[in-house]
Ligand binder design. Sequence first.
Ligand SMILES: [Zn+2]
Length: 306
Amino acid sequence: VQTTLKRDIKFVGTGLHSGRPARISLRPAPAGHGIVFHRTDVTDRDPMIPARFNLVSDTTLNTRLQNAAGVTISTVEHLLAALAGTGVHNVLVEIDGPEVPVMDGSSRRYVRDIFGAGVKTLDAPLEAWAVRKPVEIAEGDVLARLEPGAGLVIDFEIVFPDAVIGHQSRRLDMANGAFARELSDCRTFCRRSEIDFMHSKGLALGGSLDNAVVVDGDDVLNHGGFRRADECVRHKMLDALGDLTLAGLPIIGTYVARRAGHGPTNRLLRELFATPGAVVRVTVDREMQSRLPGYALSFRDLAAAG
Ligand SMILES: [Zn+2]
């Protein structure tokens, strides 16, 4: 069945890229509503932005959505990952600025507060997108692929020249509390050498060692280093779950990514829905739901994420 939150959740924080503060409220919403952003600071145009893949307008170091009126919301992926990872299907996200707050650079705070508020089941069947035929995006050494599967599996591989990141790969069945336990505390990261360039593009203006891991060759500049030895690939998996949530319904299939990111994942979703017979809309029965992210999430899953 579909779910929503039991009560409102509020956060205040700073946008990673804009550096602008924002207040955000997650509000319970009825069945069939999905996840929709409401820019409460916009009064002269349509302020509603549904979390849908076809509204993605930019994927440079974050995922940005834009509605038909040109109203945007940036850096939606870590919040969407938290909602998907806790199995929340319907929520109205009110926000008074152009970018979702980055918090500590991971989804940990969002997941904890969603768990704290509680997830309410609604009297309406849940539907999902079941992948029926493989589709892929291959661009040089970048690959993003969706294959049929029994639940949602994310299989990710990254290669960086920096010795402290290097080659990392991980495959994770996203059922139940796996996201909260294995990925939700993993922070966004960047290379020190890229910071000046990002600033020149108006990106990462709110970035600091409090909300991102900064690597420099063999070193991690953050006090305490990584939270997990392979925190970087796990964060890429967190991003992938958030970006896949833009399908509008949970995906049943295996996502395989090599050196991919926000752009390839979005192009893959567009390819999936443009390919006849690649995906079908199915009603999720109890047994199928037990294999989806967030089902039977427990406090032990949160405790495992520190
Ligand atoms: Zn991210």
